[in-house]
Design a protein around this ligand. Structure first.
Ligand code: NAP
Length: 267
């Protein structure tokens, strides 16, 4: 694309949304055209950036007044993502979706939408996690008899558990072992759950303070163990990855894309 990409941020008042707004406003690849927040959210109608001026971009609740767009970047809530998806589908706009904790119905809607618009989803937009996923696929396949546990830690306001990233890691490892997460996942243990079932993939979630996001894939064999860990210390990594994905996705044909597609293009 030659002219700046017309961009909307959905969930613009959230932790991720605020970082995305800061980065996008200083990024010459983009023309920021909409900052969408939940209905009744505090900043509705206020100018983005805080400076009153005629024609200033303002936070909006919903999509009714949205201008023409090339791409929407969504880090909001499942309901917020569903509303953005409606708008993108009916106007042929590409969608980068970062929201996690979706139910099966919304997962299916996103898959169907990829028949009509370009949709790029990732449970984790960091480069380090993309590489961790590749390393885990290798390790899970090379050590098939070892017990695999996925541990994650996040801030105390996170609503879903295990994290979307932990589930994506589990899915990647299960596929590398020729099975599925549905068949192997163990999400909770308490009381007397009995001995660990061979081949299962266990999850543990820690919540506290302002932890941005930590994931460890622990592979335990007889007499040794391997731990692959990623620690995010700054949410800007997710925002940078999502904006790189948006720049790559704008103008593409309909389809379901992943962060790997963007990384391969850069490789
Ligand atoms: N894929 C990744 O790399 C990645 C990285 C980090 C986070 N995430 C995910 O991204 C999502 C947001 O994370 P966060 O930490 O930024 O959460 P957050 O701080 O709670 O922000 C979510 C924002 O969405 C707003 N919202 C609610 N309903 C909305 C609607 N209908 N339309 C538009 N906006 C709406 C909320 O506004 P109100 O507070 O006013 O309701 C809130 O400001 C979560 O699902 C999180 O797990 C993904």
């Amino acid at each position: 694309m030659t002219s700046p990409i017309r961009l909307a941020i959905n969930g613009a008042s959230g932790r991720m949304g605020r970082v995305l707004l800061d980065l996008a406003r200083g990024d010459a690849r983009f023309a920021l055209r909409a900052a969408v927040v939940g209905a009744g959210a505090e900043p509705v109608g206020a100018p983005v950036g805080g400076v009153e001026a005629p024609g200033a971009l303002r936070y909006s609740a919903g999509w009714a007044e949205a201008p023409p767009l090339d791409v929407v970047v969504d880090f909001s809530t499942p309901a917020g993502l569903a509303a953005a998806l409606d708008h993108c589908e009916s106007h042929g706009i590409a969608l980068v979706a970062g929201t996690t904790g979706l139910d099966a119905a919304l997962e299916q809607r996103l898959q169907r939408a990829a028949g009509r618009i370009a949709v790029l989803r990732s449970a984790n937009f960091s480069l380090g996690v993309a590489v961790l996923t590749r390393l885990l696929r290798q390790a899970a396949a090379a050590l098939p008899g070892w017990d695999l546990e996925i541990l994650e830690a996040h801030h105390n306001r996170k609503e879903d558990a295990p994290s979307g990233t932990a589930l994506a890691l589990g899915r990647a490892a299960a596929a590398a072992r020729g099975t599925t997460l549905e068949a192997e996942a163990v999400y909770a243990r308490e009381g007397r759950p009995g001995a660990r079932r061979a081949g299962s993939i266990g999850f543990a979630a820690v919540r506290g303070g302002d932890i941005v996001g930590e994931h460890t894939a622990l592979l335990a064999g007889p007499g040794e163990r391997l731990e692959l860990t990623h620690r995010a210390t700054d949410r800007a990594i997710f925002a940078r990855g999502a904006l790189a994905a948006a720049a790559w996705l704008a103008g593409r044909a309909a389809g379901a894309y992943t962060l790997d597609d963007v990384l391969m293009a850069d490789a």
